[in-house]
Ligand binder design. Sequence first.
Ligand SMILES: Cc1cc2nc3c(=O)[nH]c(=O)nc-3n(C[C@H](O)[C@H](O)[C@H](O)COP(=O)(O)O)c2cc1C
Length: 222
Amino acid sequence: MTTETNPSMNLKEAIAQRRAARAFRNDPIPNHILQEILRLGVYAPSGFNLQPWRFVVVRSPGSKEKLHACAFNQRQVAEAPATLICCGDQRALQSDNIEATIALGREVGGVNDQLADYMRSNIPSFVENAPSFGTIEAWTNRHTMLAVAHMMVVAKSFGVDSCPMEGFSTQMVKEAFSIPEAVDVCCLLALGYADEPFKPYSGRFELNQVCFGESYGESFQL
Ligand SMILES: Cc1cc2nc3c(=O)[nH]c(=O)nc-3n(C[C@H](O)[C@H](O)[C@H](O)COP(=O)(O)O)c2cc1C
């Protein structure tokens, strides 16, 4: 097996060429590439660096069959060599994870005493007041989807296609894969090598339809 871990595509090409694949060949993803997708995916940013994302990697035929049934029998789940159950753990906001984040930051030199004190005193009140999210589930989804976005682009850069999916029953996925109550299932991410019929590009709105200048609804000009 090759140990080459450099992407075959640059960032711009990977972003532009990524499509939500609807059919996959059953060729496996080499372990070193899957590892890079996961490793670089979790370089995504997170509030206070709390990293609430969690991923269940589904590859065995038995697990794939279970997940397929939870995902309204979407063919991507049956065909893809790997599908991630992308979760967000609400307990990441609790003190043990705050302490683990501080310890990790200290280890790599990114957290000093002042920042540690700030995190200990501010995160609990931030959670209580939730000034920027209505529910903790919105908070876990916000973070997990950022990591998923990284993964899709990294995957494409290595020639691996993907399909993010919200078409699944949360209750069924949680039961079938022993996902704790405090953990939200944010999406599924099928990974593999796209097969025919290839999904065509379906277009994007113009920037002037989705970007505003200074105030919502005001026209934006470069
Ligand atoms: C959060 C989210 C959920 C999605 N759920 C599904 C899904 O359940 N099944 C599916 O086939 N595609 C799903 N998609 C893929 C979208 O249909 C697709 O991204 C969109 O049509 C744009 O196409 P493109 O990604 O190929 O450019 C989902 C995409 C996102 C971001």
